[in-house]
Design a protein around this ligand. Structure first.
Ligand SMILES: Nc1ncnc2c1ncn2[C@@H]1O[C@H](COP(=O)(O)OP(=O)(O)OP(=O)(O)O)[C@@H](O)[C@H]1O
Ligand SMILES: [Mg+2]
Length: 272
């Protein structure tokens, strides 16, 4: 498998079989390099979320390897696993912010490298962050263009703004790679464009590669430079966006082709 100094992550023969003998990811291999914005496309149930979740060990894989910066995340335990997880930023459809904390506190939480602590925990440690940590959090907010919202409660923001907070939190974590699972599925078209534009800019300028699960083919074509097509858990297409065609999309999506192509137009109509 291709490996160079630009390689950040390698997925090798990754397989996930859920209880009940459901093979959600089937022998998938690919390499992620700096500067790449990779869109994962595939019909509902294809295994896109499972793939991303195996890549940061939110769930454990059945077989195969996920190597980040040369270290196999599937073999790590305890502190080593926590450190490697900090290397993988996650962005979710539902933002996963702490709603009662401010925007700034949510982003500062990214400095902890992981986001699974209860609110009281944050409250007790915020005063321990030094000025440098706080400046990094502000920098992250500036990068997504919402520093003016720093003092607002997270739950007072629009969906698009909340997703930008979530991205800033991930940036504050200073990860080697960002995985985004349907980050725009709950957003209106204008917010979707803005959020994907921010992710693309991160790829381009900070050299943090982003892997994004998307339902809309047109958005993938607009923002990604590489497409992974998943069908029934298997990788059926891996290539530059310039090699991607409607014929390939039809093969990947099968009976869900129409909704994948026209999804956004439906939303535009609904929003009008
Ligand atoms: N916890 C689970 N236990 C058993 N089967 C599961 C579990 N989670 C997902 N699956 C199954 O694994 C397959 C892949 O699911 P996954 O959620 O990864 O697909 P997806 O491509 O993300 O779909 P969507 O586009 O709808 O989000 C599906 O058949 C799903 O029913
Ligand atoms: Mg999914």
């Amino acid at each position: 498998m291709a490996y160079s100094h630009e390689t950040v992550m390698q997925v090798e023969a990754l397989t996930k079989v859920y209880p009940g003998d459901v093979t959600a990811v089937n022998n998938v291999s690919f390499t992620i390099q700096k500067g790449q914005m990779t869109a994962v496309l595939g019909p509902s149930g294809a295994g896109k979320s499972t793939l991303l979740r195996c890549m940061n060990r939110l769930i454990s894989r059945t077989s195969g390897r996920v190597v980040i910066n040369g270290r196999d995340i599937t073999l790590c335990r305890g502190k080593a696993l926590r450190q490697l997880r900090g290397d993988v930023g996650m962005v979710f459809q539902q933002f996963n912010l702490a709603p009662r904390l401010t925007v700034f506190e949510n982003v500062l939480a990214g400095r902890l490298g992981h986001i699974t602590h209860p609110v009281w925990f944050f409250a007790s440690i915020f005063r321990k962050f030094n000025e440098r940590e706080k400046e990094k959090a502000f920098q992250a907010l500036r990068r997504v263009g919402i520093e003016h919202l720093a003092a607002k409660r997270a739950d007072s923001l629009s969906g698009g703004q909340q997703q930008r907070v979530a991205i800033a939190r991930t940036l504050a974590q200073e990860p080697s790679v960002i995985l985004a699972d349907e980050p725009v599925a709950s957003l209106d078209p204008a917010s979707s464009q803005r959020v994907l534009g921010i992710l693309k800019k991160i790829c381009d300028s900070r050299d943090i590669p982003v892997i994004v699960n998307l339902h809309q083919v047109d958005l993938a074509q607009q923002y990604a430079n590489r497409i992974l097509g998943i069908q029934g858990g298997s990788l059926v297409f891996d290539g530059p966006v310039t090699d991607f065609s409607m014929d390939i999309a039809r093969r990947i999506y099968g009976t869900q082709f129409e909704s994948a192509i026209f999804h956004q137009d439906h939303r535009k109509t609904a929003a009008a």
